[in-house]
Ligand binder design. Structure first.
Ligand SMILES: Nc1ncnc2c1ncn2[C@@H]1O[C@H](COP(=O)(O)OP(=O)(O)OP(=O)(O)O)[C@@H](O)[C@H]1O
Length: 719
């Protein structure tokens, strides 16, 4: 079997959980009526009438949410058009005990959780996670111990946002803000996590043997794995704002105390989280700040600053000889007053460690959120993230970890860090670690179309991308073309830059020309990055070429597609990149992945993810877009190859333009260069240039010789 022939038959598939959705609908057309990805029918219980009231509520909310808006439209304007009456808000005097909890029985909880493909598991919290040994004999015994320690539980799910107020007691003000933002139906991850984080005691009921703290509360640390674009940000922000308001109410204190820290891997994501938190907190008195270079955050510094009050902006003088030797940069400005701080791990950790022998502690921080936790705990960011985590010394610290992908190694690391921190601080084991998984763990969203396209060579990819931009055949099928706005991912910064210059003039000037296309990468200044982000969000930029810097967390609501110009470095990278489209249940997003001959050894991970996503969406063998023959034909990379790929990307594209040989020359440069010209054309051009240069050189040499000859004649005249 000729593998190249087989591979050149590109695959095309459409996966959708909702059959009623029209295929031509695009994400840029507006919000989805229902942000949920999974809602399997609940079977009628035999001999028992089902309570339908709660489901009807969801359907009503869905009807209200139906609207047609344009790409990148703000959610607030949706709510303006079809604003439903605000929920009856409680007065300030209402206490937690006035709230009448409306709870489901265990059977109903099970059914609802299953129908939304939500699985909650109680992890072993007091013993270190067991490592499964490779020895065959021991394996069975260890595995059975493991099973005993992991317990599936059925906590109360959140059926409608209004229950946040009526059952889980969030403030009236925050409930109003949620209505203002147009949130009506909770997504699966919000259904599963909000009750657990807001009122664990109510949510868990009889599910676990409660270990209460002195205040009669129980604590939950959460590991949430939910699809991209499924609303994880809101799921971790609501409990934070609620917690801060509760504390304020209880202590009647008005000052801002750094109560919550959210860590995210990129500046773009951190800024986005700050904006989301700001939308949630008007009128609540909660202050959210995005960490910037040079900001001071610790109390110790604050005190130093208070002592020198009035000297703001001036360097402090220190009498202590020892201390005087240390640079005291952080004291040049006051510690920032905030309730919630959002930061990248590096920025926060260096703010905690600057000029100190060991990182400063954060005793007031009660919630630590790791967004995109798997990448934050990856070796790249691990030390900084754990450094921040270990600085949080409050005994009541609750840690929540969120991502669309989370390997078992990350889960073990998170559990052991929670446990070791507890034993280090000598804390009583009052906390439960719960893992919440939505849908199939580590899979791509089912509501988008995946295309895996064999482009054979580098120039082939450029031609294929241009075909997506300017389809020749008239077609309304979204899989034949790609309507802007869309994102294009490359493996390296030089490749992103090169692709940008290649495509710069592909958009006609009548449509905005080169202003419609931009490149964003880590080597640009912060200002340039944020300007590009704003212009893309506003719809001024249509095609944004980037690296994996934008692959995680960033929410462009109405983008129609993602192009993996270069194959992603891992299955997880594919899931996150393609998850930039199809956000909040939007239909019609397209994910196109080009691969060349060099990529064949690595493309199986992507093919498997597409197949799994399709299966989860309920596609049978006959409807399958990812064909069996392709899966069988693709080679399976070894563990070592996978590791190498994850760390360095495809070898041929390393360093941007090709692999360097021992002499430092770029080997196979042309093979991986981004250009429409074929290798043959480039060779001809090279030969032509060489011939021209050669003839110039020869002419110069001839002239020189002639001159020398003339000189020699002249030599005679000199006498
Ligand atoms: N209940 C909801 N109803 C409608 N839209 C929602 C709801 N919850 C969140 N959204 C919207 O869904 C979009 C995606 O949310 P968010 O960015 O939090 O996703 P995420 O799960 O963090 O994705 P990723 O894994 O890519 O980081 C946002 O535009 C958000 O406003």
């Amino acid at each position: 079997m000729d593998i190249l022939k087989l591979l050149s038959r590109s695959t095309k598939q459409t996966t959708r959980t909702r059959k009623d959705a029209p295929s031509t609908k695009l994400p840029s057309a507006g919000t989805s009526a229902n942000p949920q990805l999974f809602y399997d029918a609940i079977p009628e219980a035999r001999g028992k009438k089902r309570k339908r009231g709660r489901e009807t509520e969801q359907v009503q909310a869905q009807d209200e949410a139906e609207s047609n808006v344009n790409f990148f439209e703000e959610k607030a304007s949706v709510s303006k058009e079809k604003k439903s009456p605000a929920p009856k808000l409680a007065t300030k005097s209402e206490s937690k005990t006035d709230i009448v909890a409306e709870l489901l029985d265990e059977g109903e909880c099970r059914q609802l959780l299953r129908s939304h493909r939500l699985k909650a598991t109680l992890l072993p919290s007091n013993k270190p996670a067991k490592v499964i040994k490779k020895s065959k004999k021991k394996k069975k015994a260890v595995e059975s111990t493991k099973k005993e320690e992991y317990k599936q539980i059925y906590p109360q799910p959140l059926v409608a946002f209004k229950d946040l107020r009526s059952t889980y007691g969030i403030s009236g003000r925050m409930a109003e803000n949620l209505v203002q933002q147009g949130y009506k139906i909770p997504t699966e991850v919000q259904m599963g996590s909000l009750p657990l984080l807001l009122r664990p005691k109510i949510a868990l009921g009889e599910s676990i043997n409660e270990v209460e703290d002195a205040n009669g509360e129980i604590h939950v640390d959460l590991l949430a794995v939910a699809p991209t674009g499924s609303g994880k940000t809101l799921a971790f922000l609501i409990p934070i704002v609620d917690q801060i308001m509760q504390r304020r109410r209880a202590s009647e204190a008005k000052e801002h105390v750094l109560e919550a820290i959210v860590v995210a891997p990129t500046k773009e994501l951190a800024t986005q989280i700050v904006n989301e938190a700001k939308k949630l907190s008007p009128g609540t008195g909660v202050k959210v700040v995005g960490m910037r270079k040079g900001m001071r955050i610790t109390k110790e510094d604050d005190q130093e600053q208070d002592e020198s009050s009035g000297d703001e902006g001036e360097d402090e003088e220190d009498d202590d000889g020892e201390d005087a030797e240390k640079p005291r940069k952080r004291t040049s400005q006051p510690a920032v007053k905030a309730d919630i701080m959002v930061s990248t791990p590096g920025l926060l950790f260096s703010a905690l460690s600057t000029d100190l022998a060991q990182p400063a502690s954060l005793p007031t921080t009660r919630t630590l959120v790791l967004d995109e936790a798997d990448v934050l705990l990856d070796p790249l960011f691990r030390d900084q993230t754990l450094g921040v985590w270990n600085s949080c010394t409050n005994p009541e610290l609750r840690v929540t970890l969120w991502s669309a992908t989370m390997g078992s190694n990350i889960e073990s690391l998170a559990s052991s860090t929670i446990q070791s921190r507890r034993s280090r601080l000598d804390l009583a084991p009052t906390s439960h670690i719960i893992r919440l998984v939505v849908g199939l763990k580590d899979s791509a969203i089912p509501n988008i179309t995946h295309r895996l396209v064999y482009a054979a060579t580098e120039p082939g990819k450029l031609i294929a991308l241009r075909q997506l931009l300017h389809p020749t055949a008239k077609s309304t099928d979204a899989t034949q073309s790609l309507r802007p706005p869309f994102l294009v991912f490359t493996q390296t910064i030089p490749r992103a830059v090169a692709l940008h210059s290649e495509l710069l003039y592909d958009i006609p000037s009548e449509a905005g020309g080169s202003t419609r296309i931009a490149v964003l990468h880590a080597e640009l200044s912060d200002t340039a990055r944020s300007t590009i982000m704003t212009r893309f969000r506003n719809g001024e930029i249509w095609i944004l070429i980037t690296t994996d810097i934008l692959s995680r967390g960033v929410d462009f609501r109405g983008i129609n597609g993602v192009v993996n110009y270069d194959v992603p470095n891992s299955g997880a990278a594919y899931i996150h990149r393609v998850g930039r489209t199809g956000r909040a249940g939007r239909e019609g997003g397209v994910a196109v992945t080009f691969y060349t001959k060099e990529d064949i050894p690595y493309v199986k991970a992507v093919a498997n993810i597409i197949a799994a996503s399709e299966k989860a969406a309920g596609k049978g063998e006959s409807e399958a877009g990812m064909k069996r023959w392709l899966l069988d034909a693709l080679p399976t990379p070894s563990k070592q190859e996978k590791k190498k790929l994850k760390l360095h990307g495809v070898e041929a594209r390393r360093g941007g333009l090709g692999e360097k040989n021992k002499e430092g020359n770029v080997k196979g440069k042309w093979k991986s260069q981004i250009s429409t010209k074929s290798g043959y054309e480039r060779k001809l051009e090279h030969n032509r240039k060489g011939a021209i240069q050669g003839s110039r050189r020869r002419m110069l040499e001839a002239e020189k010789e002639e001159q020398n000859g003339e000189d020699s004649e002249w030599g005679g005249i000199d006498e």
